[in-house]
Design a protein around this ligand. Structure first.
Ligand code: TXA
Ligand code: MG
Length: 369
């Protein structure tokens, strides 16, 4: 799609989180007309278009400046519509749908004929989920078609958890934004590949590895080695389509220490002092209880909630990354929150925001005899 199709005037429609028939119907009409509508889900805001229309889906790639090699997730109003998107869903898909939909789980299945190849990077599969946000489901139901939607950010940027984040990246490039306030989960859905046996997690997200393993005992983690599996080494995410090493990235350099507790905080304080001594601006993402360690240094701190509340850390992560980046620091410092439960998704997003690698606290100690 040619760049001259921009700009459009972006219509912002406030809706209550429970839904709002008139506004959602207006947005649904735009979807039926092949236009782009950004909408809230429980994870992040999506950039939606009619998944059955190649032209409409092409508009998504153009607006985001996203390469066609990165497949899109198709969103349904209810699991019953699954056979219109996926060919012969296996019994396991129905069992997972029963347990986790509506919710932050995307299933990769064999693509049905009604879904054009452009949705799936030309491949034989399709990612599909039923989102747990009333506005999202009402939009899909009223549109009467499945909705293809990536996160509503420019390619490689941090995902949006508010309508303001969507506009910061895409104002003038989407026809409409349904604004229902901040998202409740805050990190994207877990992507589970059911086209292989054993099934494998391609992207950790809102449904945890532990929760999936309770239903799918042989599910493969997205990592070569996770503590949850009894592995000792640091996890390394396996390659999957569209999963770039650098992603969710602010403009500033991001340094993330792969540890928690006093050693991680001490490493952050040392690193901050090094930058501040050179007269550079420093940003930091820290749990509430650690913020005092950098207070008064001039570093810009965004808090993530209590460090033991991973749901709160996940919910606040992207907004905090965007907020601290707006102050244009030279560096943004943070640390991981373990790899169990939602910690694995936070670990994955922080690692990608840092360009694909994490800093070990031990290496830091060696550098500072
Ligand atoms: O929570 C979410 O999943 C959000 C909301 C809007 O639903 N969507 C989202 O979409 O995060 P996106 O496009 O930013 O990420 C989708 C990722 C792709 O980059 C790819 O890694 C994986 O999901 N994916 C989608 N379809 C796939 C397929 N057919 N095969 C393998 N991976 C697929
Ligand atoms: Mg995305």
């Amino acid at each position: 799609m040619a760049e001259e199709s921009f700009p459009v005037t972006t219509l912002v429609l406030p809706v209550t989180p429970g839904g709002d028939p008139a506004a959602v119907e207006q947005a649904a009409r735009l979807v039926r007309a092949g236009r782009l509508v950004a909408f809230p889900t429980e994870t992040v805001y999506g950039l939606g278009a009619d998944a059955t229309s190649t032209d409409a889906v092409e508009r998504i790639f153009a607006a985001k400046q996203r390469p066609h090699s990165d497949p899109l997730i198709v969103h349904l109003a209810a699991a019953a519509a699954l056979p219109s998107v996926a060919q012969e869903p296996p019994p396991l898909a129905w069992a997972l749908a029963e347990r986790f939909w509506p919710g932050p789980l995307t299933l990769v299945l064999r693509r049905a004929e009604g879904i054009p190849a452009v949705v799936a990077a030309g491949g034989p599969t399709v990612g599909v989920r039923v989102p747990a946000h009333a506005v999202a489901r009402e939009l899909i139901a009223r549109a009467g078609v499945p909705i293809a939607a990536p996160s509503a950010n420019r390619f490689m940027h941090t995902s949006p958890t508010t309508a303001a984040h969507v506009l910061a990246d895409l104002d003038g490039r989407v026809d409409c934004v349904l604004d229902a306030g901040p998202c409740s989960v805050g990190v994207e859905s877990t992507v589970l590949d059911l086209t292989r046996d054993p099934p494998r997690i391609l992207r950790p997200g809102g449904v945890t590895f532990e929760a999936l393993r309770a239903l799918v005992p042989n599910v493969e983690a997205p990592t070569r080695s996770t503590p949850a599996l009894g592995g000792g080494e640091a996890p390394a995410i396996l390659p999957a389509p569209g999963q770039l090493e650098r992603h969710y990235a602010p403009r500033a350099r991001v340094v993330v220490f792969d540890a928690q507790g006093p050693a991680a905080l001490a490493a952050i304080v040392r690193e901050a002092e090094r930058y501040l001594a050179r007269g550079e601006r420093v940003g930091a993402l820290l749990p509430d209880e650690e913020a005092a360690a950098l207070a008064g240094t001039g570093a810009h701190i965004q808090t993530l909630g209590p460090g033991n509340d991973l749901a709160e850390v996940s919910r606040r992560l992207y907004a905090a990354l965007r907020a601290v980046d707006e102050l244009a620091p030279t560096v943004i410092l943070s640390h991981t929150f373990g790899t169990s439960g939602l910690g694995l998704a936070v670990w994955d997003r922080l690692r990608r925001a840092a360009g694909g690698s994490l800093r070990s606290v031990a290496a830091e100690d060696d550098a500072q005899p």
